[in-house]
Design a protein around this ligand. Structure first.
Ligand SMILES: Nc1nc2c(ncn2[C@@H]2O[C@H](COP(=O)(O)OP(=O)(O)OP(=O)(O)O)[C@@H](O)[C@H]2O)c(=O)[nH]1
Ligand SMILES: [Mg+2]
Length: 414
């Protein structure tokens, strides 16, 4: 048979994947579909093309092979008949599940959600600190899973998904060496962390605002329009892994604005741990700007995930501005029941948005803003909302600021 792939094309081919998820009592079929969409988006961030998805209803995921036997065979038949480079599981696999699945799928890579996210972080990390953080997270993920996957990957060259891992040589698959490496990285990271804590202390005099939110909601785009900073924004997940800090001046009051790494469902715990110091930027902020992509069908769930993560890292309970972004893309979603009754929605999207806005404002008070970073809508309103909080905090730190000779612009004519 002719191997079409290799004969004519010298271009790097995209890697291909099948995705696998299970719906359980806790996770409805609709939710599973949504998670799979997100997983496919994560894969595409790594240039991996999804060719098929498999789902199965189970009481809970199978402890040996994640899906049941029948589904496993179905997947095996498909990946044997089609060019598939990897199988990506939507949940984290246990070390024994990985071993069992690798035994079934042989040369096809078995990847789980955490490994995929770790790979994206590895690709995105820019600074020495975040590179160390990712490497530590990778080793911690790898340690209990020292299986064929890693030795197998180490024999291949080039960068593919699951191959940005630190397991470059066969030696490194040895548990003791991995353990030593973890200790070494922790020590090195502590040093770097101490330096950045000192750096943060040095800027302690200024009010700090941290932009937080689910991944891909428009944090960096907003950062750019608020601070004129040249921040990398892209329609990919985890475009930002390192945090960026910019000094912003409003009416002669300077403050610091930080763009941070986005949150996501099922974020690997080793990543949260290793990124502790990056998340310190959030923990130590005076004010949070929580950005939500209102055009996303599950924006409410995203909001919850972010709030829960904030609690987890000890950064809840700060004065917060809730920013609903991408209003230009907002389309109300109706559930099936409403559609069945053929009810034409009585309200236009703008009115629904208005209604939503009123209900959030009733709930949260003044600090809710609806904007479009892309179309530059209501950015002034957002500035004012931020400034109100910044000003209050700033004068709490510097009661005598005005006496120091800084005249606010609004008082110039006096
Ligand atoms: N239509 C529309 N697109 C937007 C808006 N704001 C941001 N985007 C787009 O959304 C995508 C993600 O924007 P980013 O600013 O990178 O989002 P982020 O939250 O920083 O993402 P991560 O760093 O990956 O977590 C980009 O393609 C932006 O151009 C908006 O108001 N409307
Ligand atoms: Mg970003």
């Amino acid at each position: 048979m002719i191997e079409k792939k290799k004969l004519y094309s010298t271009a790097v081919e995209k890697e291909t994947a099948v995705l696998v998820a299970v719906s359980t009592q806790k996770q409805t079929a609709a939710k599973t579909q949504e998670y799979l969409d997100e997983l496919s988006f994560l894969a595409s961030t790594l240039e991996v093309k999804t060719v098929k998805t498999f789902t199965q209803n189970l009481e809970r995921a199978d402890i040996k092979t994640y899906t049941g036997k029948g589904k496993l065979e179905e997947i095996l038949i498909f990946v044997t008949a089609n060019p598939v480079d990897m199988i990506i599981y939507d949940d984290d696999l246990t070390p024994s599940q990985v071993r069992n699945l690798e035994a079934v799928f042989k040369d096809i890579k078995v990847i789980d959600r955490s490994l995929l996210i770790l790979d994206i972080f590895a690709m995105r990390a820019q600074t020495a600190q975040s590179k160390l953080q990712v490497e530590l997270a990778q080793y911690q993920y790898m340690y209990p899973r020292l299986t064929r996957l890693w030795t197998h990957l180490s024999r291949q060259s080039g960068a593919g998904v699951g191959m940005r891992g630190p397991g470059e040589t066969e030696l490194e698959t040895d548990r003791r060496i991995v353990k030593d490496r973890i200790a070494f990285l922790k020590e090195k990271l502590e040093k770097v962390d101490r330096q950045s804590t000192t750096r943060r202390k040095e800027r302690d005099r200024l009010v700090r605002v941290a932009i937080v939110g689910y991944t891909n909601v428009g944090k960096s785009t907003l950062m750019r329009s608020l601070s004129k900073a040249d921040v990398f924004a892209e329609n990919k997940l985890f475009a930002t892994v390192d945090s960026t800090v910019r000094k912003v001046n409003m009416e002669n009051i300077p403050f610091l604005l930080t763009d941070t790494v986005g949150f996501i469902r099922k974020l690997p715990t080793t990543l949260i741990e290793s990124f502790k110091s990056t998340l310190d930027e959030v923990r130590e902020a005076d004010i949070l700007m929580h950005v939500v992509d209102i055009s996303h069908a599950s924006f409410e769930e995203h909001l919850d995930v972010v709030n829960k993560t904030l609690v987890e890292i000890g950064a809840a309970d700060k004065p917060t501005i809730l920013v609903f972004n991408k209003i230009d893309l907002y389309k109300p979603s109706f559930n099936d029941e409403e559609l069945e009754e053929e009810e034409v929605p009585a309200l236009a999207p703008e009115d629904l948005l208005e209604q939503l806005k009123r209900s959030y404002i009733a709930d949260k008070g003044d600090n809710v803003v609806f904007v479009s970073a892309e179309k530059k809508e209501n950015i002034e309103e957002l500035r004012n909302a931020i400034f109100r909080l910044v000003k209050a905090k700033h004068f709490a730190i510097y009661p005598n600021w005005l006496d120091l000779g800084y005249t606010p612009v609004e008082n110039v004519e006096e």
